[in-house]
Design a protein around this ligand. Structure first.
Ligand SMILES: [Zn+2]
Length: 307
């Protein structure tokens, strides 16, 4: 039903209207991996690894309607007070799966599209160039990039790297000292390996709070991204930049709904309808089937250990 609703919204041009409405805002998309696997393996039951053909369709759609800019471009434009192109989109990839190197990066390079990869630094390995193959294997969907591969990607094309902490913990369950260690040690590892001056942070599973954001700010991060949907205003708080999760279930209509910012509106509408109130509202809930609520997204991400 959800797919049908998205198809209808897309075919009626509502997604184009939403994209136009958000044209001066920036949309951040959050991918995890891109795979060449033709079947949905058990570790990918939620579709966080997008099939290469679907990913190429996403990139084609972006190329037709949007300007893909790097996170660095976004930050520089903000600092300089310079306007960004309308319909700007930033692509991000969480976790640093090895299939970024063997599948996603060549697709991005062919279109000269930039992206940012957020690494779990304790999982970033030590494979040397001689052992590194660029041919995709199924295990690339569950293994992680090595520092050498990360360095080569950074030098070879417009790929930026940021921190996704050391061990991908649930930050909201940690003490302040543990949070500081996760953020500081991953920061130090990235600086030591890649000599990066400006480092961005991605909160694991999007979990964040004012205290965690403040901690990141004090440790010297330049910004942090969440998993809260919605288009970011040009002057949005740098430590709560929202992102829209994209997965293998997103066909063109669903992708168009997400990248246009329309999904956020739909969730807001449903959250209003979900408030216990009159019989009329309860009736209205039943007429809007399967619109994903923030709570559902959080549950979906909690269920997905790699989110
Ligand atoms: Zn993650």
């Amino acid at each position: 039903m959800k797919k049908l609703a998205f198809k209808l919204l897309h075919s009626l041009g509502i997604t184009l209207f939403a994209a136009w409405w958000n044209r001066k805002r920036v949309i951040f998309l959050c991918y995890h991996g891109v795979t060449k696997s033709d079947f949905r393996s058990p570790h990918n039951r939620k579709g966080l690894h997008v099939n290469r053909h679907r990913f190429l369709a996403h990139l084609d759609y972006l190329q037709r309607r949007y300007h893909v800019i790097s996170l660095g471009d976004y930050l520089e434009a903000r600092q300089a007070g310079r306007a960004l192109p309308k319909y700007s989109v930033v692509l991000t990839f969480d976790d640093g799966f090895r299939n970024f190197l063997t599948v996603a990066a060549p697709c991005l390079a062919a279109r000269s599209m930039p992206a940012t990869v957020f690494l779990i630094t304790d999982r970033t390995g030590d494979v040397h160039a001689a052992e590194s193959s660029h041919t995709w294997k199924l295990e690339d969907d569950t293994s992680y990039l090595s520092w050498e591969e990360v360095s080569r990607l950074k030098q070879g094309q417009n790929i930026e790297f940021g921190s996704h902490t050391c061990s991908h913990p649930q930050l909201l369950t940690l003490s302040l000292e543990e949070t500081e260690r996760e953020l500081q040690d991953s920061y130090n590892a990235l600086v030591a390996h890649l000599k990066i001056e400006k480092l961005a942070l991605s909160y694991p599973k999007g979990e964040h709070s004012e205290i965690i954001a403040d901690c990141a700010r004090k440790l010297g991060y330049c910004c942090a991204v969440t998993a809260d949907r919605g288009a970011s205003e040009f002057d949005h708080d740098l430590f709560t930049l929202g992102r829209t999760l994209v997965g293998d279930f997103d066909d063109e209509s669903s992708f168009a709904v997400r990248v246009s910012g329309l999904r956020w509106w739909l969730v807001k509408v449903q959250s209003i309808l979900d408030r216990p109130s009159t019989g009329k509202r309860q009736q209205a809930i039943a007429t809007i089937p399967h619109l994903e609520s923030e709570g559902n997204l959080k549950k979906e991400m909690e269920d997905q250990s790699l989110a």
